[in-house]
Write a protein that binds this ligand. Sequence first.
Ligand SMILES: [Zn+2]
Ligand SMILES: [Zn+2]
Ligand SMILES: [Zn+2]
Ligand SMILES: [Zn+2]
Ligand SMILES: [Zn+2]
Length: 353
Amino acid sequence: MSPAVQPACISECQLVNWEIDTPDVKSLIKINFETMEEKGGSPYQKWFRSVATGKDAVVADTRSGEEDMFDNCRLIAWKTGKAFKPENLFFRTVDCGRLLPMHLAPFRVQIYGHDSCFKKLDEFEGGRRRWASHVLSCYIHRICVLRNMHGMGGADIPIVLTLWDDERTKRALEYWVDFSKGEWSREAQERRFEECDAFCRRQVIPSFLETDKLVRALLSDPEVGYVPPFIMFHSLPSDGNTCVLFTKPLHVPSPSLTKNGPASCNAKNCHRDGCSRIDIALSRSLVDKSHMVREWDIVHPKRTMCNLWICQVQHSSDTKLQRCQRCKEVFYCSSAHQTLDWRVHKNVCEKRS
Ligand SMILES: [Zn+2]
Ligand SMILES: [Zn+2]
Ligand SMILES: [Zn+2]
Ligand SMILES: [Zn+2]
Ligand SMILES: [Zn+2]
């Protein structure tokens, strides 16, 4: 069997995994919220304000049987007068329609790269940790926006380090998107794989072979322990962009969230132009319910859920969820759960015109 058609196993992947665990990510986020204010009024703060008050960043897709539930409901909310802090920035989840604060959605960053990439990072003073706190923090806000779109899943964000230019990245993503449609014969798959491999290889790290194995393992091997809602590709040379392969179209953020984002992080010690950019134009999504993606125990509910974090009740014709009468933006299964959620929800709930 050719490598293109063998099932992919995470234990056999040659790319090395370095996990940035939840406490480290949390401190990365905390530091960033502080450093970005060093020059006063970070571009992110302005961006959050404009999205949270803007009219266009509202829920667009209505699920069947739930027409009108999300009329005028926002994708991002930040209550007037509240400090610019993770506990006050709320995001609408695409899977269950909740409005939850950023600090309720911790995550780990799973960095995958060729051994030589990590060696290079470790040569710098402070090593890979220093690299992560400099480079990763430039677009940590963007990662937070993508991650916070998920109520279920999304606790692990894989980032693949490459030395690819944009053209190589584009070819690779196109391969996986086409492969996800499940229409290729084995011969066609091998031919497409060879084409992509030949283009990507040429002494460039990582090889397409290694990367394809990793991508398919992340999406299909139960040993991974999760199914990522998206995989990021971070090109180490500064002329390459960071872009995203989404696991399904639902996970692609609304254009209203991506069109006017800040171009740089505003940190005092950062001199990289356009440092916080994630290239959405270069990003792609696999088709819905692709054979490449295994079904996972943590379901992706298609229905709106009670906004209380731990509640599993979904909206249905038998169980109609009740709307918060003040903001009209969230739903509850009972007044008991509305009362329990108030501790969190009060930080965003306000009358809107
Ligand atoms: Zn395995
Ligand atoms: Zn920066
Ligand atoms: Zn999902
Ligand atoms: Zn409930
Ligand atoms: Zn409310």
